[in-house]
Design a binder for this molecule. Structure first.
Ligand code: ZN
Length: 181
C-alpha cells in the first residue's frame, strides 16, 4: 500500500473540490414541499456531522438553490437567496467544508441584505453583518458554482492550489492559513 498521508479524511456526504457539482449553477426552487424539507434535513445532518456553520445543497451533490446555517444554536435555511444590497469591507479567514484543511483570508463586503424564501415557504429578508454576512456570501457563491479559488487572481489561485494539493490532512495537523494581501 502506498503512503496515505495525503488522502482526505472521510468527508461523509460532503462533496469536495474537484467534484463538478460544485462548479455548476444550482437551479431555482419552485415548490416548498415535503421533498424539499427532507433535503433541508439531510443538509442539516451533513453540516452538523462535519461540523460546519453553513452548508449549500451542491455540497451534498444537489443542484438546488438552498442553503442552511446555524450560528448561535439557531438553525435556519433559505431558498432562492439573492444579495440585494451590500456595503463596507471586512477581512475574514474563510473556511469551506468542500476545501478541507485550508482557510483563506478574504476581503468581502461587511454587510449584506439577502432576500429569499424560508423553509416554511414565506418571503424572508435578512440583514447581516460580519460572520453571518460572510456566511451568506460564501453559501450564495456555492449556489452559483463559485468556490474560494475562483475569487483569487490567477497567481493567487496557482499558489493556493499548490498549497491545497500539498496540505497535510492527518488528524491533528494544522490547517493551512493563506493570506492573500
Ligand atoms: Zn464552502
Amino acid at each position: 500500500m502506498a503512503e496515505q498521508a495525503n488522502i482526505p479524511p472521510d468527508q461523509g456526504a460532503i462533496r469536495v473540490f474537484g467534484d463538478p457539482v460544485l462548479e455548476q449553477v444550482a437551479a431555482r426552487i419552485d415548490n416548498v414541499d415535503g421533498k424539499l424539507i427532507s433535503l433541508a434535513e439531510d443538509m442539516f445532518r451533513a453540516m452538523y456531522e462535519a461540523p460546519g456553520l453553513g452548508l449549500a445543497a451542491p455540497q451534498i451533490g444537489v443542484q438546488r438553490q438552498i442553503f442552511v446555517w446555524d450560528i448561535d444554536d439557531n438553525p435556519q435555511g433559505i431558498i432562492n437567496p439573492t444579495i440585494v444590497e451590500s456595503s463596507g469591507e471586512w477581512v475574514y479567514d474563510e473556511g469551506c467544508l468542500s476545501i478541507p484543511g485550508m482557510y483563506v483570508e478574504m476581503l468581502r463586503p461587511r454587510r449584506v441584505l439577502v432576500r429569499g424564501i424560508s423553509l416554511d415557504g414565506d418571503e424572508v429578508e435578512f440583514e447581516a453583518d460580519e460572520l453571518l454576512a460572510r456566511l451568506f456570501q460564501h453559501e450564495i457563491d456555492h449556489l452559483n458554482g463559485v468556490l474560494m479559488f475562483d475569487r483569487m487572481t490567477p497567481d493567487q489561485r496557482t499558489e493556493a492550489l499548490k498549497l491545497y494539493e500539498a496540505r497535510d490532512l492527518r488528524p491533528n495537523s494544522e490547517p493551512i492559513h493563506l493570506r492573500l494581501s
